[in-house]
Design a protein around this ligand. Structure first.
Ligand SMILES: C[S@@+](CC[C@H](N)C(=O)[O-])C[C@H]1O[C@@H](n2cnc3c(N)ncnc32)[C@H](O)[C@@H]1O
Length: 464
């Protein structure tokens, strides 16, 4: 059945989905966000020249003052991190509970954020604020592990053994997915409900899923895990748009086109370039093979889209499922996302034991040592993912930034948190650094190549 269109035809709607938002719609959208309390004290404005839009202070901020705290629009834990954690659990970890809550970015838990530019082969977190770069990710364990004696594991599981001082480290509840899949778990019913309503009901592989072809969805997820996590996020964007468009049609009798465009609005605001044309050429690819490399990336994206379409395609929203839109969603994420790192409560527990006075430590370690040996370096495994934030993603880079992403003690969830690095005056642009700004001009330029622009900040202009 052909798509029922309201007037512009399928190509016209596709063009509207791909077009940058008009200054008026942008102003209305961000003003509405601000009314809802997001980014009060900030204003998004189009910049002079070709830098697109930027974020400006609408009030004075003191040094170290909170500039922005906002929830993610979409995000996911890296599948490699998830799989590694599952292996870790099978391998005899303390309890499945330590994996709770972090599979979804709305979850509670201590986390750090940083601008992310990782490629499919580079899963290292960069610049994770208050956590060392050597993150001890469970996928990269160095210390040799020792199998956990089975009696120790079963004693813990049956409740016969309680680890010393563990009552001081209450682990969050694990809320399973509403649809019955085992792909995701949540920290609360609210969190599970929000993900279900937003995107997960269409992307769930469990018995109550609203996806019409679960086998295809499973194939899509397997393909994504093997190739690039970014496709999980692109699927979330598409599913969220479809679900919102359906709701809008139901509630205000919007025709398909208007419902689709309205549902797409939050993503329409994001800065978008075609992913395969934007990614920086990896150092091991000969520049002479650049075209071939980009075509390969495009081909992988096309394969993943074919699988996703088999699972959740709706002909009335056909333009949303085009390769052009898919490539720009991925490009938007690649250029704008933040890394999110959630520290494991298991690490806090072992550090606490390590810090006990000698006698108490020796007594506690009689119980904890086999568990620590079974975990190896993974005792400190973080939950890592990345997410897209509406306002933070509008912030331009500066090699002399006046704000930075940082988690304070009270920021124990997946929100992006930005603090002023120095006093910021009303009317001044708020900027963050996407890279390590302590590097030389040449190194900074090389690092920013991943973001596909030549920096025109005041420092680069001075130094060049
Ligand atoms: C995360 S977005 C920032 C918001 C963006 N200006 C917009 O219109 O949505 C990153 C993009 O903004 C532009 N940009 C950010 N910082 C810049 C800078 N210092 N110099 C030149 N362009 C910059 C580049 O095009 C970059 O790819």
């Amino acid at each position: 059945m052909a798509m029922e269109v309201d007037g512009d035809g399928v190509d016209g709607i596709l063009q509207k989905l791909l077009a940058p938002p008009s200054p008026q719609s942008m102003q209305n959208y961000y003003a509405e966000l601000s009314k809802q309390g997001a980014g009060a004290g900030l204003q998004v404005r189009r910049m002079d020249g070709d830098t697109g839009k930027g974020v400006f202070a609408n009030e004075d901020f003191e040094a170290e003052e909170l500039v922005l705290r906002e929830p993610p629009l979409v995000g996911a834990q890296h599948s490699r991190n998830k799989l590694a954690r599952r292996l870790l659990l099978d391998d005899g970890s303390l309890s499945e509970d330590d994996n709770a809550n972090h599979d979804d970015m709305d979850a509670d838990g201590e986390s750090t954020t940083s601008m992310n530019d990782e490629d499919q082969d580079e899963m290292e977190p960069e610049d994770t604020n208050d956590i060392d770069d050597d993150c001890g990710c469970s996928g990269e364990s160095k210390k040799k592990k020792k199998a956990l004696p089975s009696d120790a594991r079963s004693a813990l599981e049956s409740g016969a053994l309680e680890l010393p001082y563990s009552d001081r480290f209450p682990l969050p509840d694990v809320v399973p997915c509403k649809g019955g899949c085992s792909d995701d778990v949540y920290c609360s019913d609210k969190c599970a409900e929000a993900a279900w309503t937003n995107h997960h009901s269409l992307l769930c592989t469990g018995p109550s899923s609203r996806c019409k072809n679960i086998d295809a969805l499973v194939s899509f997820k397997e393909f994504t895990n093997e190739t690039n996590d970014i496709f999980h996020i692109a699927a979330q964007v598409i599913a969220a748009t479809v679900l919102r468009a359906r709701k809008l049609e139901g509630s205000i009798k919007c025709k398909h086109e208007s419902a689709l465009l309205k549902a797409w609005e939050p993503f329409a605001m994001g800065f978008k370039l075609l992913w395969w044309e934007t990614v920086a050429l990896p150092p091991d690819v000969d520049p002479a093979d650049e075209r071939q490399f980009r075509d390969q990336m495009k081909d992988i994206a096309a394969q993943s889209l074919t699988l996703l379409k088999k699972a959740i395609y709706e002909d009335k929203y056909d333009p949303l499922f085009s390769l052009d839109v898919y490539g720009r969603i991925i490009g938007m994420f690649e250029l704008n996302n933040l890394d999110l790192v959630v520290a494991s409560p298991v690490e806090d527990y072992f550090l606490y034991i390590d810090d006990l006075p000698p006698a108490a430590k020796a007594e506690a370690e009689a119980y904890t040592k086999p568990f620590l040996e079974a975990l190896g370096d993974d005792y400190a495994a973080y939950c890592e993912g990345s997410a897209f934030y509406t306002l933070q993603s509008c912030m331009n880079h500066s090699c002399r930034p006046n704000a930075r992403a940082f988690k304070r003690d009270e920021d124990r969830d997946g929100h992006a948190v930005l603090l002023a690095l120095r006093p910021i005056k009303k009317g001044e642009e708020v900027t963050i650094s996407y890279i390590d700004e302590d590097a030389s001009l040449e190194e900074r330029r090389a690092a920013l190549a991943d973001y596909a622009f030549l920096c025109r900040c005041s420092r680069c202009l001075e130094e060049s």
